[in-house]
Design a protein around this ligand. Structure first.
Ligand code: HEM
Length: 234
């Protein structure tokens, strides 16, 4: 075999990294941090609902003009959507593959009772499934407006108020936001460990940041359905 064919057959560094367990964990950590940044911006944007319809509807219109005239109308939004979709897919696929690997590595043939995954792992898996279902519903409800009762394009305020006027939607949002809080708390801490950001000196600060982020995001997101349910926003 010539040196050229040997070089051609060697998998790239990226492919080797993707196949390794530590590589998949790194992909989960980085894609998770990308989504976290989006969530902080999205939560702050949502709080504009408390400033009234003109504020949040104007903000939604502005989001579609970012980068103009260099970029066209909604281009920035589409770039962000594709980036976010890539992050969601990479996160979900690596989580699924890691959990398959974890199951395959268990010595179930030799023990009668199968060892169960830890409480944190099970919470992360179920939380991830709830969040994936939530995102599908949420996009159909407030972006494509397919399942929204008023479905007024360009009027997120009216769409949000109409959506949270349904009790079952409120229950689903509350459950999903609590799952989001647990997911962020454990996920942020795991990401810090995977990326090697933790050490004896920083552990306390990282745990505090994980708890703080989870609390602020959960409370910020929950405040909107709660405000509609209590009539503060109507
Ligand atoms: C109660 C909490 C939330 C409210 C009131 C809310 C509100 C909204 C609204 C009004 C839109 C449409 C924006 C527009 O068309 O300009 C939207 C889009 C979106 N939201 Fe949320 N959101 C909440 C929580 C979340 C959470 C927790 C996530 C992620 C886990 C999320 C992910 C998204 C995504 C991915 C989009 C689509 C963005 C796009 O393609 O334009 N949202 N949200």
């Amino acid at each position: 075999m010539t040196t050229a064919t040997r070089t051609a057959r060697r998998p790239s560094t990226l492919a080797t990294l993707w196949r390794s367990t530590v590589g998949k964990k790194a992909v989960m950590a980085v894609s998770g941090l990308v989504m976290l940044l989006y969530l902080v911006a999205h939560m702050l944007g949502n709080l504009k609902v408390f400033a009234g319809p003109d504020d949040i509807n104007g903000y939604a219109a502005w989001l579609r003009t970012i980068g103009q005239p260099f970029l066209g109308h909604e281009w920035f939004l589409w770039i962000a959507r594709f980036g976010l979709l890539a992050a969601v897919l990479l996160h979900g696929v690596s989580a699924y593959q890691l959990s398959r690997r974890d199951l395959a590595a268990r010595p179930s043939k030799y023990v009668h009772k199968r060892r169960r995954a830890s409480y944190a792992t099970r919470t992360m898996r179920w939380g991830g499934v709830i969040l994936a279902l939530f995102i599908v519903w949420h996009i159909l409800d407030l972006t494509t407006l397919t399942v929204n009762p008023v479905a007024e394009e360009g009027h997120p305020y009216q769409n949000v108020v109409a959506s949270f006027g349904r009790w079952y939607v409120d229950v689903f949002y509350i459950v999903a936001m609590l799952a989001l809080g647990f997911h962020i708390r454990h996920g942020f801490w795991s990401a810090a460990q995977t990326l090697g950001a933790n050490n004896a000196r920083r552990d306390r600060a990282l745990k505090l940041t994980a708890n703080g982020l989870a609390l602020v995001l959960t409370a910020g997101f929950l405040s909107v359905p709660v405000a509609v349910m209590t009539g503060v926003v109507s």
